[in-house]
Structure formats: C-alpha cells, structure tokens
Design a protein around this ligand. Structure first.
Ligand SMILES: C[S@@+](CC[C@H](N)C(=O)[O-])C[C@H]1O[C@@H](n2cnc3c(N)ncnc32)[C@H](O)[C@@H]1O
Length: 332
C-alpha cells in the first residue's frame, strides 16, 4: 500500500534527498553528466570569455563546477529558457504569500488599460484582475513576456481564474515588440523587482516605455532594498545555495546557485550569479546539466532617482515601507 506523507514529512524527505544529491554531485566520482553545449544567443567577446574563465576556475576550486566544465558550457540566455520557466512555475507556492505593493497603485487613477512587462506565469495579472473586479472597473489588462515557455503555465493558471480570459499576453521581447506598435497604455507596470535586471538597458527601457504611455500615463516599477543587516564582510563573501524543485508527475530539478562577491559600481551594488540546473530522469539519475551566468545590479533610491531624471521622467510617488522600493513616474 502506498504511504501518504504529510507536508512536513515531505519537506524533511526532500531536504534529505537534496542533501544527499548535492553531496554526491559535489564529489562526483560516479555520476556521468551530459553537459549542455547549446549555442548561446549572446556571443561571448574575448573580454567576457576571459572573465568567465576566471569565474569558472573559482567555481571548480570550490567543487561547485566539475573539472570538465568549460567556458563553452556557460550559457548567457537564462531569461528565455525552459529551465527558467519551469523553476519559476515550481516556485509558485512560495510566491503565494508574497505581498506586491505595486498592485494598490495601479488602479489609483482608474486606468482604462494596463500593461505588465514580464508577466511570468501570470501571478500579478491574476491579482490585477481580482482588483479590477473589486473596484468594478472595466480596465483592459495586457502583458508581455519574452520567455515563450511561460505560456503553457499561464494557460494552467487561467483555468483557476477564468475571468483572466480577456487578458492579452504577447510572448516577445518588450524592446522588440511588433504587437504594440500603435498602442498606448494608461499604466505600465514592471513588478517583482525586475527593474534592476535591465541594468545595461535602462535608457532603452525608459525610451520604450515612453512610446507606449498615454498622456499623463504612469510607469510603476519596484526594485530591491539592500538588506540593512548584511555586513560588508558578508557581502564580500560568495554565497552558495541549493534547492530541489519537485513537481508532481514531472521530473525533479536541482538548482545550485553561487553569487560572487558584490562590488560597488556607479549605479549601486553589482554582482554575478551562476545558476546550475540538473535535470533528472525519474529516480534521480542525472539527465542534463545547464550552467547559466547572470549579472546583477542593485541600485538604491538616489541612484534610481538620477536614472529617472536623466531619462526625461519625474517621480510622481515613492514608497519604501514594504520589502521593495516602489516608484511611480511620469514623462516630463
Ligand atoms: C521576476 S519575473 C516576474 C514575473 C511576474 N511579473 C511576477 O511578478 O510574478 C520577471 C519576468 O520578466 C521577464 N522579462 C525580462 N525581460 C523581459 C523583456 N525584455 N521583455 C519581456 N519580458 C521580460 C522575464 O522573462 C521574467 O519572466
């Protein structure tokens, strides 16, 4: 007879499995890996390749990467991949308790249209839909998401809330959108601290948003607050974490993450993270391994204000009472 595990038993079971897996992978003596050498969407310049080589060597010395791993195996297109969509979807239960302070601000001006940039599997759109119903507004909701693999997850999500059926999501890159050419939105929202991930394209972000904002339209975004309790020493140390993502009737994914030392740049804290995904066959034998490199940037209030004014916008409101810095701005 099958045994039923309670929620806490499952957590404990999974953490034991995770521990065993990470230990066996770290000291890989017997594990045969299939390394993924996909063609990168971004080509690596010589300078970048040299930087990555140094990082890869550090990760090898820490036994986070295998001696056979090479710069060639490091992928730079994380945001568009199936790995990203699968992991974000598998984290949906963790997201359930998240508060999203930007939601309250979206409907303050009773907008007729709202566009969310980077919809993921539709978590925020679901909240916006509930809010427009609560306020008895007929606001039309739109979304744009560059990761096409999110679409099937949005469809699953929509089944739980059929009123999402009039929401239009376009699966393409916001900067290269063909769908929105002549459209204008009263509110454009970029939630869940996604703003800093556009670190190298902030000018383009503000320029593109301007093209799609109606007159007096509002651009709302949130950005990370630097935890006050982290010492300089802690920020200098690299940070390792591991996570086992289990989904009913699907193959498990093990995610290892290593964040390199944070440095102080002109627009805030800068850092590089490596995400290593192991996809398993059933019974936890490794099927494929993917290594992704991500650059991060965490600007703070005065730095964001500077970016806003440099790009021809003014701050309409600001709030830092929640876990995030919340900005609402308008073009000048
Ligand atoms: C942190 S997730 C947030 C998802 C969702 N807004 C939420 O709060 O649950 C950020 C999303 O933005 C998407 N994204 C990043 N850059 C994008 C771009 N240039 N165009 C469209 N979507 C983008 C990513 O693929 C990712 O799904």
């Amino acid at each position: 007879m099958g045994k039923y595990f309670s929620f806490f038993e499952q957590i404990s079971l999974y953490s034991n499995i995770l521990y065993t897996l990470i230990s066996s992978i770290r000291f890989r003596t017997r594990v045969k890996l299939t390394l993924v050498k996909e063609v990168n969407i971004l080509t690596k310049s010589d300078y970048m390749a040299e930087k990555i080589l140094k990082e890869v060597n550090i990760l090898k010395s820490k036994k986070i990467l295998h001696p056979d791993d090479s710069v060639e195996n490091v992928l730079l297109n994380h945001g568009e991949t199936k790995e990203w969509a699968d992991v974000f979807w598998r984290r949906r239960y963790q997201h359930e308790n998240r508060s999203d302070p930007e939601i309250d601000l979206v409907f303050e001006t009773s907008p007729t249209s709202v566009l969310e940039i980077g919809t993921g599997y539709g978590r925020i759109l679901k909240k916006l839909d509930k809010e427009r119903q609560r306020k008895k507004l007929s606001t039309k909701l739109f979304g744009i998401e560059r990761c096409k693999h999110m679409e099937s997850y949005f469809l699953l999500f929509k089944k739980q809330q059929p009123s999402l059926s009039d929401v239009e999501i376009y699966y393409e890159n916001f900067f290269r959108s063909k769908q929105f050419r002549k459209r204008k939105f009263d509110v454009i929202v970029l939630p869940m601290n996604t703003f800093p991930s556009f670190h190298s394209k902030l000018d383009l972000l503000f320029r593109t948003v301007k093209n799609y904002l109606s007159e007096d339209g509002l651009f709302i975004f949130t950005s990370y607050k630097i935890p006050q309790n982290r010492t300089k020493e802690e920020r200098r140390k690299g940070k390792y974490s591991g996570e086992l993502l289990v989904e009913e009737e699907k193959k498990p994914i093990l995610l290892e993450a290593f964040r390199f030392t944070e440095t102080e740049g002109p627009y805030g804290i800068e850092t590089v993270t490596y995400l290593i995904y192991y996809r398993f066959f059933e019974y936890y034998s490794i099927h494929k391994k993917y290594i992704y490199r991500l650059e991060h940037f965490v600007p703070q209030k005065n730095q964001i204000e500077k970016i806003i004014t440099e790009n021809g916008y003014k701050v309409k409101f600001f709030n830092d009472e929640s876990h995030s810095l919340v900005f609402g701005c308008q073009t000048i």
